[in-house]
Design a protein around this ligand. Structure first.
Ligand code: GDP
Ligand code: IMO
Ligand code: MG
Length: 422
């Protein structure tokens, strides 16, 4: 078990935080490989709840190292504030948090550019993610190694702000940004972050050489992948398992296990096609019972039935060996539960996912209607306790995808979990 990967199989918010926190103590290192503070990973234990945005969900597991890889885009101010919050809760990160020198910074001009370019069109989290990855690919990004070198950082920021102000002022009549303000503010962050910055690829290579176990924590989800998601209604990174290698610097041969996380229904935040979306009272029920409001932006999440066509696509793209099914408790009390097994368009049905947003928007989902259950299953920890109808749903998910469900989550807390080999 060298590198195990946890990937969201839908449009994010599948419960990755809960699952990674639960598994973390079995690993030596938990590492984020992509995305940034657009993520909101909720962890609940006892009466406590904490939402992590940039820190890996292993921070609450004693002795486990946490690593932010080169594939992540880091808002230095957001990271400093998260580190402080977690330390205040009594979890020391010194000597166990590692931040890649090569990760790119998100700076104020990224958020400013996003606000005028794409935020409303796509319904982004407005955390500057797209513009930061744009700079990375355009080879104009500022990396963490430069942030912590004050002279280099100052020089780079002056040049970049001058360039960005041409766009902000020239094309859009914005006020523009002040480079000196940014330098002063972010140099403070750099001082705090300096002790955590390292060559994380090197760190991981040595860990692998010493037989350490690594858990790679995906953010967002497969259907938000820049290549395989519902483009352009996607994020700007690679949440799929393929992103682990480029986002951490580990070889594909080091990945020995890939776990997909799926809710027992679907949700989506922001715009974009969602074939099984429910805009009726059942959708409202899922939203209320599941507490479906964004952990990062607080926006209501759109809700709908489980889309098995999309889930199987995700299984194939990521090579999941097992599935963790979350929020099964939310379906309690429904007379029937539906799962989408085909898409229909113009009289033709197909059981393959369509990764073209315009076409996907026009399909009509074809459902299998399954029996629901009344019983409140929140907190159940034993598979045999589940009502027959809930077991039937799990069996259908397994038979459709061909992947075993090895964990069932029946509530937000660590203890509210049925573990079947995971
Ligand atoms: P992530 O982004 O994938 O980590 O997921 P989020 O934290 O954004 O959203 C998942 C939400 O569902 C959080 O509020 C969790 O506390 C909650 N949650 C996780 N698993 C379960 C579950 O099995 N049942 C219920 N009712 N809530 C859950
Ligand atoms: P976690 O890790 C759900 C969505 C946004 C928007 C699109 C692009 O908590 O599952 P971005 O800011 O990334 O450019 O926005 O992606 N999105 C998420 N939706 N969970 C997330 O993260 C998300 N991160 C981004 O709502 O539709
Ligand atoms: Mg989330």
């Amino acid at each position: 078990m060298a590198v195990t990967v946890v990937v969201g199989s839908q449009w994010g918010d599948e419960g990755k935080g809960k699952v990674v926190d639960l598994l973390a103590s079995q690993f030596d290192i938990v590492a984020r490989y992509q995305g940034g503070a657009n993520a909101g990973h909720t962890i609940k234990w006892g009466d406590r709840e904490h939402v992590l945005h940039l820190l890996p969900s292993g921070v609450f597991a004693p002795g486990v190292h946490c690593l932010i890889g080169n594939g992540v885009v880091i808002d230095p101010k957001a990271l400093v504030s998260e580190i402080q919050n977690v330390q205040e809760l009594g979890y020391d990160l010194k000597g166990r948090l590692w931040v890649s020198r090569n990760a790119h910074c998100i700076l104020p001009y990224h958020q400013a550019l996003e606000n005028i370019r794409s935020a409303d069109r796509i319904g982004t989290t407005k955390r500057g993610i797209g513009p930061a990855y744009t700079d990375k690919v355009a080879r104009t990004g500022i990396r963490i190694a430069e942030l912590v070198d004050v002279d280099v950082f100052s020089k780079r920021v002056r040049t970049e702000v001058e360039r960005k102000n041409l766009i902000l002022r020239g094309s859009y009549g914005e006020r523009g940004l002040d480079a000196e303000e940014i330098i002063a503010e972010y140099s403070d962050c750099a001082r705090t972050l300096a002790e955590y910055v390292t060559d994380t690829a090197h760190f991981l290579h040595e860990a692998l050489d010493h037989g350490k176990k690594i858990l790679a924590e995906g953010a967002q989800g497969c259907l938000l992948d820049i290549d395989f998601g519902t483009y352009p209604y996607v994020t700007s990174s690679t949440p799929t398992a393929g992103g682990v290698c480029t986002g951490l610097g580990v070889p594909p041969t080091a990945i020995t296990r890939t776990i997909g996380i799926s809710k027992a229904y679907c949700t989506r935040v922001g715009h974009g096609p969602f074939p099984t979306e429910l805009t009726d009272t059942t959708g409202a029920h899922l939203q209320n019972a599941g507490g479906e409001f964004g952990a990062t932006t607080g926006r209501p999440r759109r809700c709908g039935w489980l889309d098995l066509v999309a889930l199987r696509y995700s299984c194939r793209l990521n090579g999941f060996a097992e599935l963790a099914l979350t929020k099964l408790d939310v379906l309690s009390g429904l007379e029937n539960v539906k799962v989408c097994v085909e898409y229909e368009q113009g009289g033709v049905t197909d059981s393959r996912f369509i990764n073209d947003a315009r076409l996907l928007d026009t399909v009509s989902p074809q459902y299998e209607v399954m029996q629901g259950w009344e019983e409140d299953i929140r907190g159940y920890r034993d598979f045999d306790e589940l009502p027959g109808a809930a077991k039937d749903l799990i069996n259908r998910i397994q038979s459709f995808t061909g992947i075993p469900v090895t964990m069932i989550s029946t509530g937000p807390k660590r203890s509210q979990t049925i573990r079947m080999g995971c």
